[in-house]
Write a protein that binds this ligand. Structure first.
Ligand SMILES: [Ca+2]
Length: 190
């Protein structure tokens, strides 16, 4: 009887380990050095870590791909003439050159970025689809908390890829050709 209990608890433990692995769903993390930005660039543009992971693997209650970024310092209160963007550039189609999507969390006005939503300076989430001529749509679920920026995206909005390569970047101007900081290319699989 003692032996049977042991076997049963082993099965229970294995099940637990397996389900927690499934819930983790292959997070893709890339670390970036602090202090690798221009000397006059504020430190909140300095990426120290960027990550992509999937949620909803077990319950399917809310299935999302979560994009997050950690900056060297907390983002302070920003003025209306400041532009800040966290970008996650996605290469979902290796047969097509360049990135297919840009996932964006930004602080903007229509003055600092022509495609920003109208009104006073604000945070917004956006998705740029380069495969559709750069069509931009907005993303409603995002969060800025101190030095951390996060956005939750429905995978269907980027063609439900099971894997892709990606790169994190920060920008201080809309469509800034050379970002203030960027990460190495990483791979995500869900
Ligand atoms: Ca950095």
């Amino acid at each position: 009887m003692a032996k049977l209990r042991l076997v049963l608890s082993f099965i229970a433990l294995s099940t637990l380990v397996m389900s927690s692995t499934a819930a983790a769903a292959h997070p893709s993390v890339v670390l970036d050095p602090a202090g690798d930005i221009g000397s006059t660039t504020p430190s909140y543009y300095d990426i120290v870590k960027a990550k992509i992971h999937a949620t909803g693997g077990q319950s399917e209650d809310y299935k999302a791909i979560v994009f997050s970024m950690n900056l060297a310092v907390p983002i302070p209160e920003l003025s209306s003439d400041t532009f800040f963007a966290a970008n996650w550039l996605l290469d979902t189609n290796s047969a097509r050159p360049g990135f297919e999507y840009n996932v964006i969390v930004r602080w903007c006005t229509t003055v600092t970025h022509p495609r920003c939503q109208p009104g006073p300076a604000h945070w917004e989430g956006a998705l740029n689809d380069f495969t559709a001529g750069g069509i931009q749509t907005y993303v409603s679920k995002f969060e800025i908390d101190g030095d951390t920026v996060q956005l939750w995206l429905d995978p269907e909005r980027i063609g439900s890829p099971s894997e892709f390569n990606w790169q994190g970047a920060t920008r201080s101007r809309g469509a800034q050709p050379v970002p203030e900081d960027d990460t190495d290319i990483a791979s995500f699989r869900r």
